[in-house]
Design a protein around this ligand. Structure first.
Ligand code: NAD
Length: 356
């Protein structure tokens, strides 16, 4: 039996999570996973109920779970609260407490939606990239940091720092991910300028003999940013530090052009959190218009990474392909004039396509 904590969150969060729950429940029953799912509050919903974006009860629920599913947090009604009371603080604190150091963001092209990409079809039709981003270190957390007055002028500084253990543990995740894919790992750094990333390159290279089946290359981050646009299909797994990954994973996600389709996983030692990459889309909340497929594909990632159910992960991914093949579209991925279905109907369609 595995424990799953579910945090629907705000805006479209409850709708997309409910649609994804249809899929999870169906797989749970068919595969006999015996999941114990419990809902909790995070973000604006938690602020409204308990004046805290991550109440203690929610934190305990997440800490006791094997995996966490999150919809999205945030919305205009909480935008003017002080920083500690912002909905996204709930999400950041959750990631920190669960020590989720590895962020996995696949950027996969769905051929049925090729025209949504801002790039020419021939450039993106073979794109299937997994960005593995380190999530708990680097310049975002390094000390010292701050803004001070030096000789009468304001001076800002941050510290880029990684120790070899931090590099090693994320590199292992990336090597293993590459083993399960096309076995090509490209590690991104700026080793020509930054000592921290020179160490990054050294440590990643030291691990390569442990993965003789994976071909390792290195690329400077500026070149990687360019290559993602010039020839994105060359990449299989991209390994990055926190800051470079923040930027490159957003760039990679846009290759597909469909924000409602992209899942993510954040992994720690023995625990994972799964969420779509998009936000709470307040403009369409409560209208049964949101695309639940990113959340459903996040469930597939959970089946793969936290529940040891690779076959079921693939079945969910295939079911998503089938509904797209059948021409079913939510509004965000529909071509002009194409018929659209709602959030819940899309969830039901994926369950049907699982052919249980
Ligand atoms: P957003 O991702 O919520 O929305 C951007 C655009 O994409 C909107 O037009 C929205 O309607 C559309 N969209 C997003 N997801 C969709 C889906 N599943 N189906 C159909 N259309 C979808 O980004 P935003 O508008 O910049 O932010 C809105 C709120 O979400 C803000 O409060 C922001 O802080 C929050 N946010 C939360 C997360 C998170 O929870 N991880 C991430 C990003 C933004």
């Amino acid at each position: 039996m595995k424990k799953i904590a579910i945090f629907p969150g705000d805006g479209i969060g409850p709708e997309i999570v409910d649609a994804a729950r249809l899929v999870l429940d169906a797989v749970d029953q068919a595969a006999g996973l015996q999941l114990q799912c419990t809902d909790g509050l995070v973000g604006g919903a938690a602020l409204d109920a308990a004046d805290d974006p991550l109440p203690e009860a929610s934190l305990q629920l997440a800490m006791a779970a094997d995996a966490v599913i999150l919809g999205a947090v945030g919305g205009p009604c909480w935008d003017n609260l002080p920083p500690a009371k912002r909905p996204e603080q709930g999400l950041l604190r959750l990631r920190k407490h669960l020590d989720l150091f590895a962020n996995l963001r696949p950027a996969q092209i769905f051929l049925q939606l090729l025209s949504a990409s801002p790039l020419r079809p021939e450039l993106v039709q073979d794109v299937d990239i997994l960005v593995v981003r380190e999530l708990t270190g680097d310049i975002y957390f390094g000390q010292p940091r701050g803004v001070e007055i030096v000789n009468g002028k304001r001076r800002g500084h941050n510290t880029m720092v990684y120790d070899e253990d931090e590099i090693r543990r994320i590199a292992h995740v990336a090597f293993k991910a590459a083993q399960g894919r096309r076995k090509q790992l490209c590690s991104v750094d700026k080793a020509n300028v930054l000592e921290t990333t020179r160490l990054w390159r050294e440590v990643v290279t030291e691990l390569a003999p442990e993965y003789p089946d994976v071909s390792l290359t290195h690329m400077y981050v500026d070149n990687a940013a360019m290559q993602l646009i010039r020839a994105p299909a060359q990449f299989d797994v991209l390994l990055t530090g926190n800051m470079f990954g923040d930027i490159l994973s957003d760039e990679a996600s846009q290759l597909t052009g469909s924000i409602g389709m992209l899942p993510s996983a954040s992994l720690g030692e023995g625990r994972g959190m799964y969420e779509p990459i998009h936000g709470s889309a307040p403009d369409i909340a409560g209208q049964d218009k949101a695309n639940p497929l990113a959340t459903i594909l996040s469930i597939a990632m959970m089946l793969r990474h936290s529940l040891g159910a690779e076959q079921w992960a693939q079945r969910v991914e295939m079911a998503v392909q089938k509904v797209l093949d059948a021409g079913l579209r939510t509004a965000d991925i529909a071509a002009p004039g194409e018929a659209v279905i709602g959030t819940r109907a899309m969830g039901q369609a994926v369950v049907q396509a699982l052919q249980l």
